[in-house]
Design a protein around this ligand. Structure first.
Ligand SMILES: NC(=O)c1ccc[n+]([C@@H]2O[C@H](COP(=O)([O-])OP(=O)(O)OC[C@H]3O[C@@H](n4cnc5c(N)ncnc54)[C@H](OP(=O)(O)O)[C@@H]3O)[C@@H](O)[C@H]2O)c1
Length: 309
């Protein structure tokens, strides 16, 4: 099968097209024929892309751990799915990902694809929507009526955080650049702060929850806006190796979760949640999507790799 692999180069990681053996489903595993895979560019630098589970250097990882496709093979002891089911979801960060014609996953990491979405749109959903869900509800325990500040409200994760928090009846304040302010308001933000022309801490007042998708200075300055008893969660890639105990406690990495994927698909099909793709490009152009060189940048959300036409 065709797949993209991460290759080390002087200027940083680059993707190269490779011909790999088609994976076979072991017991408890599922092989998905990938129709489309989402792109998270920073993933090339994440620990599981560069290290094995046991801490050794990892070479030639296949990136892209969210996808939409069709089940092509099922191993022993996999209840609930059949060959030819259309599914969307994630696979293990340490396994070869979905920027390939086929990939292995586990049943608890996938769910039926939202029927109202194309594979390309469905592939943009899992990481963004699950990260937002787990940050707001599992970790920050956001309650209806609370005030939540979402940094990066127009980003691939932020656009779900804004929608989910709004549907949960929280008061949503988001940071975004001016060109994205209307988009973020339409997603459900009551207030949008232009982070390029103002300091959010001068405008926001106190909040119960900060959901940070930016990191760095933005994260450092966010602790001061929390109410007593306020909660802060961050997903920013630059926090992964932090030694600051407060940041360590606030940082998490999204987990695959079938129950949440089922609920997210329901909300998408009901029109309560909306998915967005910035651009769709073929597999052989994946290097440009990861390096930021895709010229056709329009719309919102993620770039998606259309693997099977
Ligand atoms: N921990 C996890 O499990 C996990 C999962 C997914 C992603 N991530 C990480 O989370 C981060 C966001 O991911 P993403 O996919 O949503 O990225 P993205 O689509 O590139 O969005 C990033 C957003 O950040 C906004 N932004 C940039 N600087 C800002 C600032 N100073 N203040 C406020 N907003 C700012 C940009 O807003 P404008 O476009 O409005 O300028 C952009 O929309 C990345 O670091 C990614 O690696 C982590």
């Amino acid at each position: 099968m065709k797949a993209m692999q991460v290759n080390k180069a002087d200027q940083g990681p680059v993707l190269i097209l490779a011909e790999l053996p088609k994976p076979k489903a072991g017991p408890g595993e599922v092989v998905v024929h990938i129709h489309a895979a989402g792109v998270t560019p920073t993933e090339l630098l994440w620990y599981p892309t560069t290290h094995t589970k046991s801490g050794q250097t990892r070479m030639r990882a296949v990136p892209g751990h969210e996808f939409s496709g069709v089940i092509s093979e099922i191993g022993k002891d996999v209840p609930g799915f059949e060959v030819n089911d259309e599914v969307y979801g994630m696979n293990d960060w340490f396994s070869d990902g979905a920027t390939a014609e086929f990939c292995i996953t586990l049943p608890h990491s996938i769910a039926r694809k939202p029927t109202s979405l194309t594979h390309e749109l469905a592939a943009t959903v899992p990481i963004g929507a699950l990260t937002a869900w787990q940050g707001l509800f599992d970790r920050a325990q956001l309650q209806s009526g609370e005030r939540v500040l979402i940094h990066g409200g127009a980003g691939a994760v932020g656009l779900y955080a804004v929608q989910l928090a709004h549907r949960h009846k929280a008061h949503v304040i988001a940071t975004a650049s001016a060109r994205n302010a209307d988009f973020v308001r339409k997603l459900g933000a009551e207030e949008v702060i232009d982070y390029q022309t103002s300091r959010f801490e001068d405008q926001v007042g106190k909040v119960d929850v900060v959901f940070d998708g930016v990191g760095g200075e933005t994260l450092n300055r966010s602790w001061t806006v929390l109410n007593r008893g306020g909660r802060l969660v961050t997903i920013a890639a630059d926090c992964e190796g932090t030694t600051d105990p407060r940041v360590k406690g606030a940082f998490f990495i999204v987990d695959p979760n079938q129950k949440q994927l089922v609920e997210i698909a329901k909300q998408l099909d009901a029109g309560d949640l909306r998915a967005f793709a910035k651009a769709s490009i073929p597999l052989n152009e994946a290097p440009a999507a990861y390096s930021g060189a895709v010229s056709e940048k329009r719309g919102y959300g993620k770039i998606v790799i259309a693997v099977a036409a």
